[in-house]
Design a protein around this ligand. Structure first.
Ligand SMILES: Nc1nc2c([nH]c(=O)n2[C@H]2C[C@H](O)[C@@H](COP(=O)(O)OP(=O)(O)OP(=O)(O)O)O2)c(=O)[nH]1
Length: 134
């Protein structure tokens, strides 16, 4: 099966809340809440991809040394297999604001289950709860 590499990031604020974004209408899995990030382009390093996506999607600037790997998702969708490293980041420049029509929300890790997420993301939640608490 086709393997798709997507990098994603849990931004964590000073209160320990995590930023999620709602996929806009017209995209696959529209309406579901996800971690900011996106597909790694040919020849691109995953960390560079994530820094690019965070800038494009949220208008923030992140330094590579502020990205810490937490875990990854490995999930078989119908038409591709998703491999998605999840980084966490507690330090960035600027204020995250939706640049691409998404809806953003800061939520406690223990509340993530209240927001419908892609099936690949569900196993990530306990790792985030382990990191920041409920
Ligand atoms: N950014 C992000 N993508 C996720 C998450 N969980 C998850 O299954 N995905 C999937 C959705 C998409 O298939 C892919 C990310 O693609 P993308 O955001 O760069 O591009 P896209 O929506 O335009 O892609 P597409 O699905 O429409 O082809 O990874 C997540 O938490 N964050």
């Amino acid at each position: 099966m086709r393997m798709v590499l997507v990098v994603a990031c849990a931004l964590i604020d000073a209160d320990g809340r995590i930023l999620i974004a709602q996929r806009p209408e017209g995209k696959s899995m529209a309406g579901l809440w996800e971690f900011p990030g996106g597909k790694v382009e040919a020849g691109e390093r995953p960390e560079a991809c994530l820094i690019r996506e965070l800038s494009e999607e949220l208008g923030i600037s992140v330094k590579e040394e502020c990205l810490a790997p937490l875990t990854f998702a490995s999930h078989a969708y119908e038409d591709f297999h998703l491999l998605m490293p999840l980084y966490v980041c507690r330090r960035w420049q600027g204020t995250p604001a939706a640049q691409e029509g998404q809806t953003l929300k800061w939520v406690r890790a223990g509340k993530l289950r209240e927001f419908p997420m892609p099936p690949a993301d569900e196993p990530l939640i306990p790792h985030l709860i382990g990191l920041v608490g409920v």
